[in-house]
Design a protein around this ligand. Structure first.
Ligand code: DX5
Ligand code: ZN
Length: 208
């Protein structure tokens, strides 16, 4: 199980110190919001670029953007290793995937809780990762929606090469559900950055 602390729950006044709390994890999950696709704003490529020199983790950039296409290259240049965008976005998903692959990043696609697994079928072959949202995207600290986990099985059956990431409401209590559902990557914001001992939390979620 790979662990991806979500920077959205970090202390925004000191990102450089906060990323040290995630040092024993696998990915750093970075949520990018445009105030249109989701009703919130978060951070931009400058933050990704500023942190690139401070962390050796895989930068897992989650684009919650209505129009991700013009930003693929921007985030790749800023230091993204994996770029995930939403199947529900307003751009042509196939085109966005090709732009991500052309940039040299690994491509991921995310699905909102109500979007069925079938929406991914035309694209799965070209992807490395699928992010199953277990909360409505836009905010950290929400409760996991268990029904959203059901689609993981169908995704894995259709594409055995894909890593499935679970994003939203992952913590010690919901960990068994996530494991059972077949998750490969766990995103956790609140559970890790608000913990007294983030390294212990990372180890616990990983099953150590
Ligand atoms: C929600 C974001 C999540 C969020 C998870 O739109 O995509 O990555 O930071 O936060 P927690 O772990 O607090 O639910
Ligand atoms: Zn996210």
């Amino acid at each position: 199980m790979y662990i991806a602390p979500s920077l959205l729950a970090a202390d925004f006044s000191c990102f450089a110190q906060e990323v040290e709390k995630a040092a024993t994890a696998d990915y750093l999950h970075i949520d990018i919001m445009d105030g249109r696709f989701v009703p919130n704003l978060s951070m931009g490529p400058q933050v990704v670029e500023a942190l690139r020199g401070k962390s050796r983790l895989v930068f897992d950039v989650h684009l919650m953007l209505e129009h991700p296409l013009p930003y693929v290259e921007v985030f790749r240049k800023a230091g993204a290793d994996r770029i995930t965008f939403h199947v529900e976005c307003a751009d042509n998903p196939a085109q966005v995937i090709e732009a991500i692959l052309a940039s040299g990043a690994k491509a991921g696609m995310a699905v909102k809780p109500a979007t069925p697994a079938e929406a991914l079928l035309p694209y799965g072959e070209r992807l490395s990762q699928v992010t199953v949202m277990t909360v409505e995207p836009g905010f950290g600290g929400q409760s996991l929606i268990p029904e959203a986990l059901k689609k993981i099985k169908a995704i894995k059956e259709a594409f055995s090469h894909l890593l499935v990431e679970i994003d939203g409401g992952v913590n010690r209590e919901t960990l068994p559900l996530c494991r059972e559902a077949g998750a490969d990557v766990l995103v956790a914001g609140t559970a890790i950055f608000r913990a007294e001992d983030p390294a212990a939390e990372i180890a616990f979620l990983r099953g150590e």
